[in-house]
Design a protein around this ligand. Sequence first.
Ligand SMILES: Nc1ncnc2c1ncn2[C@@H]1O[C@H](COP(=O)(O)OP(=O)(O)OP(=O)(O)O)[C@@H](O)[C@H]1O
Ligand SMILES: [Mg+2]
Length: 322
Amino acid sequence: MGRLLTVEGLTTEFKTERGVVRAVNQVSYTVDESEIVGLVGESGCGKSVSQLSVMQLIPTPPGRIVSGTIDFDGEDFLKYDRNSNEMCGIRGNKISMIFQEPMTSLNPALTVGKQLSEVLMEHRGAAKEEARERAADMLKQTGIPDPKKRMDDYPHQMSGGMRQRVMIAMAMVCNPKMIIADEATTALDATIQAQILELLYKMVHEHKTALMLVTHNLGIVARYAHRISIMYAGKIVETGTVNEIWDNPAHPYTRGLIKCVPVLGEKMVPIQGMPPNLIDRPETCAFLARCKERRKSCFKEPVAELTNIGGTHYTACTKGSE
Ligand SMILES: Nc1ncnc2c1ncn2[C@@H]1O[C@H](COP(=O)(O)OP(=O)(O)OP(=O)(O)O)[C@@H](O)[C@H]1O
Ligand SMILES: [Mg+2]
């Protein structure tokens, strides 16, 4: 399988009244064609900002991509301006993003049929009738009953779960090479969440689309992803295949996240404390204050780079195995 996305040394900052927030700090990762990669971490650790950076959707100002390279299918995204014709031609066409809240990406003033067809007319130069037909087919693929009729619905006439399906249809209608799903399901109840994830999985599998699945829940990612990256305080602290991470979690933070996954009949153990402030953070390990496995030396050492500990397994903390 070929490499699709290579992100290297990505750093994104926000200027705020209290100082500069380094939301994403020297992040590097890859995604192959048709691969499903999970990005996991607590709230505020930079998951969304890293993905919005890839999409060139960071509000500037206050945000700014300070450094890094983003190579997608041979194109260097950071060469293009955020609002350039090139980027607008790529987003929603070659790479799409599904957001936390569907109403932020659906236009309340247009019927879902019109929104779907317009994407096709704009990106693919499809004729009106052809676009409507493909749009209805997409709605059908996402399991929306009576899709031809629902084409004339406005988003507010649909249930939350249906709107999520429309979002998936929108993201996939141009047959992109990759989809970024950012907590697409947290606003829904657990049963619908599971259905939507199954649908997303089915769709990317059938269309051989790569998927970046962004979530708090390591359990969800372990079920669907090939590889996982764990993010903490703006950095990837551990990465590997699902088996490498699940069977042999190397970073104390990853071990903490695994204990947070609800298992029937077992006590869930939350990680104590809060992630650190991302303004003027010292370059020591960001998990230090919360780490149950910390040593004296951790307070003196700068945070380690990702180290290979076998196979495709990398960790920023090798203390556990010392
Ligand atoms: N527009 C902004 N201005 C200032 N700071 C911002 C802005 N957007 C994000 N941040 C900061 O960047 C950091 C990372 O935020 P991000 O939204 O990427 O977290 P996340 O991992 O996606 O969290 P969640 O799981 O809650 O979605 C946070 O500290 C956040 O406060
Ligand atoms: Mg987020």
